[in-house]
Design a protein around this ligand. Structure first.
Ligand code: KIV
Ligand code: ZN
Length: 394
């Protein structure tokens, strides 16, 4: 088990996230996101895949120069396949940063080797050895990922990790590329590698999970408990297909449940919501309303029983405050499930304390309207009150 309990947040919003549908960004948008990620406190920004295009190379280079050179700047990483041209492009792109990383990867499952790469296991091992060693000539921080690790033959995976370490890899990332793994098995894979790979104690183990079965955060946690000390995440969980581990969710679970998960991290929690909002303004969709931590309903309460509880003590229905993640304050949404107390409170907040008789009358009108409308806005309430008072004074 690693000596330190500090979890390194490796953010891939600008790489795995940006390469997914609806998420492409221009350079100025990427720069704004990279600044926000630095403020958020991520340790490493994977800024792109420089071989993909001149534009990608330029944006990684600009992020490395602008964000990677400040005081306490995050490390800037770039992705490269196990190919010479990719590694050279990645090296050129991250060169301006104070601290940088080349992240190189090669598929290792038999399915990918045969169907996609059309190479043998031996050829894969050679390519990994050569390209990790090449990457090390440019930087002393090299991450290697055996793509589709969770569907790779475990004995071969051990061999792959061994070769990557011997060639100079400093971080070994074991991706669940297709989001297929369940937490127990993902944790077991990290334990196997730790038991069977020589020299594993000298490298950082990393988790990279996809959410195809909705298990990305759970799998990342399982990896941490099994010894991973780096997690790869994206803001709002964007990424290929169903996305990557949502950064805000993992940071929140490590913070809120520190009683059970005794790990530290450098994420400044109050920047979670603003960063999520910024990302939403740069890509073509925002977080779903019911998304944990940053969704519009994450701190909204509609049922009368819950609203009553919240008014008595917010701890009844909230396990963290919205302020702690930088979100707007909790809201009691008025609709057909709301009770008399929430209505009374909202009208009092709007400057209209009501007598009991008045409240009863307005409440009857309110429930009638709520049967017809999904959400009742403040203007609706003021309209109801006005109507009620005109009837009473007539
Ligand atoms: O999902 C994956 O396997 C990847 C690798 C490039 C790490 O994104
Ligand atoms: Zn991925």
């Amino acid at each position: 088990m690693p000596a330190s309990n500090h979890i390194v947040f490796f953010d891939t919003t600008l790489r795995d996230g940006e390469q997914s549908p609806g998420c492409t960004m221009h350079l100025d948008e990427k720069l704004r996101i990279a600044h926000a990620l630095a403020t958020l406190g991520v340790d490493i920004i994977e800024a792109g895949f420089p071989i993909a295009s001149e534009g990608d190379l330029k944006s990684v280079q600009t992020i490395a120069a602008e964000i990677g050179t400040g005081r306490n700047a995050p490390r800037i990483a770039a992705l490269a396949r196990c190919r010479q041209a990719d590694i050279e492009a990645a090296a050129r792109a991250v060169e301006p940063a104070n601290s940088n990383r080349i992240h190189t990867f090669l598929s290792t499952s038999d399915l990918h080797l045969a169907a996609k790469l059309k190479i043998t296991r031996e050829q894969a091992l050679d390519q990994i050895a050569q390209m990790v060693a090449l990457a090390r000539t440019y930087t002393d921080d090299v991450e290697f990922s055996p793509e589709d690790a969770t569907r790779t033959d475990p004995d071969f995976l051990v061999q792959v990790c061994q070769v990557a370490i011997q060639a100079g890899a400093t971080t070994l990332n074991l991706p669940d590329t297709v989001g297929y793994c369940i937490p127990e098995d993902y944790g077991a894979m990290f334990r196997t590698v730790q038991h069977r790979v020589e020299g594993i104690g000298g490298v950082t183990l990393s988790a990279h999970c996809h959410d195809d079965l909705g298990l990305a955060v759970a799998n990342s946690l399982a990896a941490i408990e099994a010894g991973a000390r780096q997690v790869e995440c994206a803001v709002n969980g964007i990424g290929e297909r169903a996305g990557n581990t949502a950064l805000e969710e993992l940071a929140a679970v490590l913070t809120v449940r520190r009683d059970r998960l005794p790990y530290g991290h450098s994420i400044d929690m109050q920047h979670l919501y603003p960063t999520s909002q910024l990302l939403a303004s740069c890509i073509s969709f925002g977080a779903a309303p019911n998304k944990a931590i940053v969704g519009a309903n994450a701190f909204a309460h509609a049922a009368g029983i819950h609203q009553h509880g919240m008014m008595a003590n917010p701890l009844t229905y909230e396990i963290m405050t919205p302020e702690s993640v930088g979100a707007p304050k909790s809201s009691l949404v008025l609709g057909k499930h709301s009770g008399r107390r929430a209505l009374e409170q909202r009208l009092r907040d709007l400057g209209h304390p009501l007598s009991k008789v008045e409240l009863n009358e307005v409440y009857t009108r309110f429930t009638d309207l709520a049967d017809r409308k999904k959400i009742i806005y403040d203007q609706d309430l003021l309209g109801l009150l006005h109507l009620q008072r005109s009837v009473m004074s007539a």
